[in-house]
Design a protein around this ligand. Structure first.
Ligand code: 8YV
Length: 319
């Protein structure tokens, strides 16, 4: 028997950090699906050889791929979002799904505040103003104060709560909307998202993606946020009606937006490019050396723990 015969075979669905790919290749008999000349034909011919699959929140795994892996025992995903993972298809087969919650809360919350401060204080816009030499002839317009304002959080999960703690440091008043009230938090619950938007100076989206939250931030919600309100989205592009958001920004129906996520990444609607009242990031909320390393560690630990002890370190809720 060769060493590889003793190592579980793991199928890698998309590219991962080089360090993680090296570690995975050291611990498992790893095959990168994208490197196969014909991935579909490869799956049809070799799918039954795989005991594990490793993916990411961005790539996910669909029902057809799970079906093409009849001996699959575990999935390990890089990221906290589960919207591209067919949890029901996994659950039908009793396949546990590992993911990377908590380790990214701080950096994602920091990014929410990066966007919030940037768009309100017009930092990116001011940077453009300085670089084009406009300061020599013009005065930069006034911005909007952040400290002491009202923050509405849509989705008070782990990340939402971390954002709320940051907001306390800015003396902000905090309320939230969630499917149901969260026990033991000192923030006001608002059952109506429209009411929350009406009340808030800043509305930050931290809800999970997927069918349930699709277009939750509708044209009506944006209208309720109003011409002095700002929207920040560090969750998923799908949670916001993107066409309605572009229109609201163009018409100044809201004051501005800070976005890390979009409906069809990496394609960002071109309508946003010409607007000064929006700050655009390329889905980097968790993208620091420290957090990405912690996420990579957990992806590896999930697989190692499953194959040695039969239990994931961080398992996604079963659908
Ligand atoms: C991921 C994310 O890093 O964790 C998530 O759900 O959106 C990001 O933190 C990215 O999507 C990698 O797949």
């Amino acid at each position: 028997m060769t060493m590889n015969d003793q190592k579980p075979r793991v199928l890698q669905l998309g590219r991962l950090l080089p360090w993680l790919e090296e570690q995975l290749a050291g611990h498992f008999d790893l095959v990168l699906l994208a490197q196969q000349p014909d991935p579909q034909a490869y799956l049809a011919g070799h799918g039954r050889e795989f005991a594990g699959a490793v993916t990411s929140a961005a790539v996910g795994i669909d029902a057809a791929t799970i079906e093409a892996l009849p001996a699959l025992k575990v999935i390990s995903s890089f990221g906290v979002g589960l919207d591209k993972i067919d949890l029901q298809a996994a659950a039908r087969r009793g396949i546990p799904v590992g993911y990377t919650p908590d380790v990214l809360n701080d950096c994602v919350a920091d990014t929410a505040f990066t966007l919030l401060l940037d768009v309100a204080r017009r930092a990116s816009e001011a940077d453009r103003f300085v670089r084009r030499g406009a300061w020599l002839n013009e005065k930069f317009p006034l911005a909007t104060r952040v400290s002491g304002k009202r923050l509405g959080i849509v989705g008070l999960g782990r990340i939402g709560r971390t954002i709320a703690r940051r907001a306390s440091g800015f003396d902000m008043e905090i309320r939230y909307h969630n499917r149901r009230p969260v026990e033991g938090v000192p923030y006001g619950y608002e059952a109506s998202l429209l009411e929350l938007a009406r009340w808030a100076d800043f509305l930050v989206v931290a809800a999970a993606g997927g069918a349930e939250s699709r277009s939750l931030i509708s044209a009506e919600v944006l209208q309720a946020l109003g011409p002095k309100g700002f929207l920040v989205n560090i969750a998923r592009g799908t949670v916001v009606d993107e066409a309605a958001l572009i229109k609201a920004l163009q018409d100044k129906a809201i004051a501005g937006a800070g976005l890390d996520v979009y409906v069809d990444e990496p394609r960002v609607p071109e309508g946003l490019f010409a607007l000064d009242n929006v700050v655009l990031l390329p889905h980097v909320a968790s993208a620091t050396h420290e957090t990405r390393q912690a996420m990579a560690d957990l992806v590896l630990e999930n697989l190692r723990a499953f194959f040695s002890e039969g239990k994931l370190k961080a398992a996604a809720p079963v659908a």
